[in-house]
Design a protein around this ligand. Structure first.
Ligand code: RTP
Ligand code: MG
Length: 142
């Protein structure tokens, strides 16, 4: 299996309930290394650009309003099969369908406020990582 990087976001509802540490701990426990991290409160322009692929969909405005409702924690996770592994740890997009013990099962408040984002392919991960970390990501040395 290949070593991949993926972009992860702890969304505003999970930051608000002080779940940053618990969620980052799940990534580390699963063998995903945190190789970059930053906290920011996105502007409407930033959130709209990040979710440009969803522009025009019925949930777009609600999604952007939510993502700018408070700060988010953004991190790059590195490890074997990181894209799929992160999505497995997050659980299904609709928290009602998320498996027990997943981030969304434990920290989501609704379909929109579903606690976490994870890139859906290595190609999109590269684009999303560059979006939040244009200066690049330094490799872990230990
Ligand atoms: P994400 O991008 O956040 O990791 O989630 P995902 O791939 O599992 O889901 P995606 O289809 O990319 O949707 C992005 C986010 O939009 C919100 N959403 N709401 N109410 C709805 O029908 C609906 N559908 C999507 C969720 O916050 C979802 O994570
Ligand atoms: Mg997605």
């Amino acid at each position: 299996m290949a070593i991949e990087r993926t972009l992860s976001i702890i969304k505003p509802n999970a930051v608000a309930k002080d779940a940053i540490g618990a969620i980052l701990g799940r990534f580390e426990a699963a063998g995903l290394k945190i190789v970059a991290a930053r906290m920011l409160h996105m502007s409407r322009e930033q959130a709209s650009a990040f979710y440009a692929i969803h522009q025009g969909k019925p949930f777009f405005d609600e999604l952007v309003d939510f993502m700018i409702s408070g700060p988010v924690m953004v991190q790059v996770l590195e490890g074997e099969d990181a894209v799929a592994k992160n999505r497995e740890i997050m659980g299904a997009t609709n928290p009602a369908q998320a498996a027990p013990g997943t981030i969304r099962a434990d920290f989501a408040d609704s379909f929109t406020e579903n606690a976490a984002h994870g890139s859906d392919s290595p190609e999109n991960a590269a684009v999303e990582i560059a979006f939040f970390f244009p200066e690049g990501v330094c490799p872990r040395t230990r």
